[in-house]
Design a protein around this ligand. Structure first.
Ligand code: ATP
Ligand code: ZN
Length: 467
């Protein structure tokens, strides 16, 4: 009996050992088995499903896009949704110059789905210090084409359409209708008014930049936002360009890069910020964060950025009011009384005897050294390059009060006098002013150099710089 008891006890101990060993094996196996969801674990699974939804959205963005644009997708301001919007957006950049080049670089870099670039001009050596999409090898190539080629090398995943044409009232509405946003990167008043009217008529925001000398400006015109009060669903928040500037400025008050100069980084800063505003607008930032109803002023001399409030939207505005007077595009060169393209037009205000060609002047200068050359360009330009022996009387200082000094020079010289400028128009104005006051005996001896220093460089001395 004792033996039976002892054996039964041994079996119990062995069973206990077996259970323990089985538990150990179970614990080891559990590490490699999927967990069964508890209540808490179920919630985690649900969250993961939400995460899966986010992943599902981001699945619209292919791997290459997530990798390529990751640095901006990481920003809460852009994120996956913002990137999708950027990739679906169509932006028209008008002008592939100082502003258009940097603006387009950042738009292409950000992956804006379609970029149209309009410019009628060809690349010139004087452009390259600021128009960063063009290189020396692109001289005389269409700017629109050169810009599109450079942008393609920055981002081959986007659609680029170069328009090697002048945007004008006959084509502007049709071309821009293919886009969501317009960037005004041009340099002339008629085109500014036209782009404003295009923006209002086609209901698309206009990101407007300008840069001259050491200063730049930036704002957004024609910005509309969703509203519930209105059946149409949208209303204007800020002004349009006409609300702020109902009438064009007088032609003489308008400067240009070719006449007044510009430091390359100025349009670089403004064009870059045009791209930033465009990106913010596309990803859906509200007007509080955008330059709507305010103008950003950048002064490159003291490095200040200022915001000034713009005039509010004009309820009587000719184009963006409830009952607009302007319902189609106009002839903006006539309305603004100025040309959109800088053309080498001859003022032709002098009689032929008071004009001399570059070739004739070269012969006359060879024949005698008693020929006074009066250069009426600015002191700056005169310092840049001048004809041998020329004296400088800038046109802006050539008024009745100080013209006497010049008349004395002419009388003392008692020989022929030729007035010179860059293209041959200011020199005619100077000759006219002098002819109006000088004695008759000197009148036949006074001429202007037809076509100015550009003609001198073309017909006499190819080494003379053209700028
Ligand atoms: N209506 C228009 N259609 C197409 N392109 C335009 C229009 N108006 C202006 N542009 C373009 O806008 C660009 C403006 O560039 P930017 O201000 O740097 O001046 P630019 O004309 O290249 O140089 P510069 O004044 O020194 O000769 C130019 O390339 C010009 O050809
Ligand atoms: Zn308006």
């Amino acid at each position: 009996m004792d033996d039976i008891d002892r054996l039964e006890k041994e079996i119990l101990v062995l069973r206990e050992t077996l259970r323990r060993k089985e538990k150990e094996i179970f614990e080891i196996k559990k590490e490699f088995m999927p967990k069964l969801p508890s209540k808490v674990e179920k919630e985690i699974v649900n969250q993961n499903e939400c995460a899966k939804n986010v992943v599902k959205i981001s699945e619209k963005l292919p791997k290459w896009a997530i990798e390529r644009y990751s640095r901006q997708i990481l920003l809460p301001e852009i994120g996956v949704k913002g990137q999708e919007k950027l990739m679906g957006a169509k932006v028209l950049v008008v002008g592939a110059g100082g502003l258009g080049c940097p603006a387009a670089v950042y738009l292409a870099g950000a992956g804006v789905g379609e970029i149209g670039i309009v410019d009628y001009d060809q690349v010139d050596l004087t452009n390259i210090h600021r128009q960063i999409l063009h290189s020396e090898a692109d001289q005389n190539v269409s700017k629109a084409q050169s810009a599109a080629d450079s942008l393609r090398s920055i981002n081959s995943k986007i659609k680029l359409t170069p328009y090697n044409i002048e945007l004008n009232p006959s084509n502007a509405l049709e071309i821009s209708a293919n886009y969501d946003v317009i960037l005004d990167c041009t340099d002339n008043v008629p085109t500014r008014y036209m782009l404003n009217d295009v923006s209002v008529l086609n209901k698309m925001p206009l990101i407007s930049g300008s840069a001259l000398k050491m200063e730049g400006q930036l704002t957004i015109y024609g910005y509309r936002a969703k509203t519930n009060q209105n059946d149409k669903g949208y209303k204007y928040i800020g002004p349009c360009y006409r609300c702020v500037f109902p009438t064009p400025p007088p032609p003489e008050a308008v400067g240009s890069c070719s006449a007044d100069g510009v430091a390359g980084p100025i349009p670089g800063v403004i064009g870059t910020l045009q791209a930033l505003e465009t990106i913010k607008l596309i990803v859906g930032q509200t007007h509080d964060n955008l330059l709507v109803g305010r103008l950003l002023l950048f002064d490159g001399e003291d490095m200040s950025f200022r915001n000034v409030k713009l005039r509010p939207r004009n309820p009587e505005c000719e184009i963006c009011s409830e009952s607009p007077k302007i319902t189609k595009l106009l002839n903006y060169e006539v309305v603004c009384r100025m040309q959109s393209k800088e053309k080498d037009l001859d003022l032709d205000i002098l009689p032929p005897k008071n004009r001399i060609t570059a070739m004739k002047l070269a012969e006359a200068l060879k024949a005698t050294n008693k020929h006074l050359l009066v250069d009426v360009r600015s002191e700056h330009e005169f310092e840049m390059c001048k004809l041998d022996g020329a004296v400088n009387y800038p046109l802006e200082k050539l008024h009745r009060s100080n013209i006497d000094l010049l008349l004395k020079d002419i009388r003392d010289c008692c020989c022929r006098v030729t007035f010179i400028c860059r293209r041959g128009n200011d020199s005619q104005i100077a000759v006219k002013r002098v002819l109006d006051v000088i004695e008759d005996e000197y009148k036949d001896k006074i001429t202007d150099l037809t076509g100015g220093l550009h003609a001198w460089s073309k017909y006499v001395d190819g080494e003379f710089p053209v700028y």
